[in-house]
Design a protein around this ligand. Structure first.
Ligand SMILES: *[C@@H]1O[C@H](CO)[C@@H](O)[C@H](O)[C@H]1NC(C)=O
Ligand SMILES: *[C@@H]1O[C@H](CO)[C@@H](O)[C@H](O)[C@H]1NC(C)=O
Length: 461
């Protein structure tokens, strides 16, 4: 396994060396102005990084420099999950980027994470958003976690050749949902790569409502539904004893749903209702553009979902020709930009690969880890994440350095937190959905700032 990976990397990097030229490469990716954009003082870039020497496979990025003094600020890579959802459409334009589409133009997000860092949004893997693979005209081949991690590593390596001033910069990787796979797997490759030649100055990773160990994560859904009144006592019993959710998903992706799981899941679906957003059980309506973020985690919702969003500002905006031109983006092999790809052919059973153990190995390397959880999310509920963090900390012998307590944003409680060994922490974001920075931007920014600085969350106001 390690051998195969090394060979892959070697080829990819040889290709990189051939293609890339001088330091002025970033200039052609510079965004002069996005249509409808208010004036700002920071620079933006976007464009492609090709992954192969034939330039058939390419990943699209959007990079926003920090608002103030970018030279002194770290570099932060943001990844959305799915698999197959866009970090540009979801992360940048709905969650923590500097702008949000609104009517004909863009409005500022005053809690943008580029107030604290230089933010790099990557549409990954190939087949997502504006990223493409044109090497095989008969379609997309199966993409696995391993391929995604390798491509992401090649991307970053080649992106540094465009932006050499960022290569030595403190680097953090953040993201949510299925990025609970992407991020630890990418970080692990970086650590491995650094053993030969120190290239990635990786300081920490932050994982929002992440899939880390699918049975624990998925099975906490039953308790979440039940404790929030979405299912009855008797259904809860069935959903924990007759057929739990991890078994259902596992059967579903093997095309072999048993009669008992079918019966239980039908009952659960009926009671929870299609008219409640599972990514935020307190929301009446869908979150525009992010409804289908986790195809894999909520298979039923994809096929049965009702679209209660009448319009989707991000989809409209990113499909404008003038916007595409300003972004240096192209449509390759698709007719339209989609929030979550429908051409990507992902190996869905990869959800069963645990990544919590990789998190442990990163901590051993001195890499800071934050697992945070929007506490209104029933898709990857806080109880699973909290239990996994606690279990790993215990296994590693990490002592509690911040006892379980509230943290503050302004004068209000922003959530709860616990920290282990001054390196590994868990935090909830109170009132937040699966996409925490979307629904609680101010609290999420406080969380982000503390994470970057390595400080415990504010204990008082
Ligand atoms: C192209 O894709 C098709 C369908 O997925 C596959 O059968 C074929 O082997 C691929 N060709 C190459 C050259 O990879
Ligand atoms: C879920 O179901 C599987 C298969 O029946 C079982 O092995 C597992 O222990 C169950 N997990 C929980 C948390 O109930």
């Amino acid at each position: 396994m390690a051998m195969t990976m090394a060979v892959f990397l070697l080829c990819a990097f040889t290709a990189a060396a051939v293609v890339v030229g001088g330091p002025s490469l970033a200039e052609s990716d510079k965004i002069l102005k996005l249509p409808g954009q208010p004036p700002v003082g920071f620079q933006q870039f976007s464009g492609y990084v090709t992954l192969d020497s034939k330039r058939k496979r390419a990943l699209f990025y959007y990079f926003v420099e920090a608002e103030i003094d970018p030279v002194s600020k770290p570099l932060v890579l943001w990844l959305n999950g799915g698999p197959g959802c866009s970090s540009l459409g979801v992360g940048a334009f709905s969650e923590n980027g500097p702008f949000r589409p609104n009517g004909q133009g863009l409005v500022r997000n005053e809690y943008s994470w580029n107030t604290e860092a230089n933010m790099l949004y990557l549409e990954t893997p190939v087949g997502v958003g504006f990223s493409y693979d044109s090497s095989n005209s008969s379609g997309y081949e199966v993409v696995t976690d391993a391929i995604t991690a390798r491509d992401n590593l090649v991307f970053l390596h080649k992106w540094f050749l465009k932006f050499p001033q960022y290569q030595q910069r403190d680097l953090f990787i953040t993201g949510e949902s299925y990025a609970g796979h992407y991020i630890p797997q990418l970080a692990e490759l970086m650590v491995h790569f650094n053993k030969n030649k120190k290239l990635f100055n990786l300081k920490g990773i932050a994982l929002g409502n992440p899939v880390l160990e699918y049975a624990t994560d998925l099975n906490s859904r039953a308790e979440y539904f039940w404790s929030h009144g979405l299912i009855s006592d008797s259904t809860y019993k069935l959903f924990t004893s007759s057929c739990n959710y991890s078994r259902y998903v596992s059967e579903y992706y093997r095309d072999s749903v048993s009669p008992i799981c079918s019966k239980v899941y039908t009952q659960v679906s009926r009671e929870t209702s299609r008219f409640v957003d599972k990514y935020d059980v307190t929301l009446d309506v869908c979150i525009p553009s992010v409804l289908s973020q986790s195809k894999i985690i909520s298979p039923q919702q994809v096929t049965e979902r009702v679209d209660v969003c009448v319009e989707d500002e991000t989809v409209n905006y990113l499909n404008r020709r003038d916007v595409r031109r300003a972004l240096h983006a192209r449509l390759v092999g698709v007719r339209k930009w989609e929030v979550c790809s429908n051409i990507l052919n992902y190996e869905l059973l990869n959800i069963e690969l645990p990544t919590i153990n990789i998190v442990g190995s990163l901590i051993k390397e001195g890499i800071r880890v934050l697992v945070y959880s929007g506490d209104q999310d029933s898709v990857i509920p806080l109880m699973g994440s909290r239990a996994l963090v606690h279990r790993l900390a215990t296994q590693m012998g990490l002592e509690t350095t911040v006892p379980y307590r509230v943290w503050f944003e302004g004068q209000q409680v922003g959530g709860w937190t616990q920290e282990y060994g001054n390196i590994f922490s868990f935090a909830t974001v109170r009132g937040a959905s699966h996409e925490a920075p979307f629904s609680q931007p101010e609290r999420s920014l406080v969380l982000f700032r503390s994470f970057l600085k390595g400080n415990p969350l504010p204990e008082s106001f």
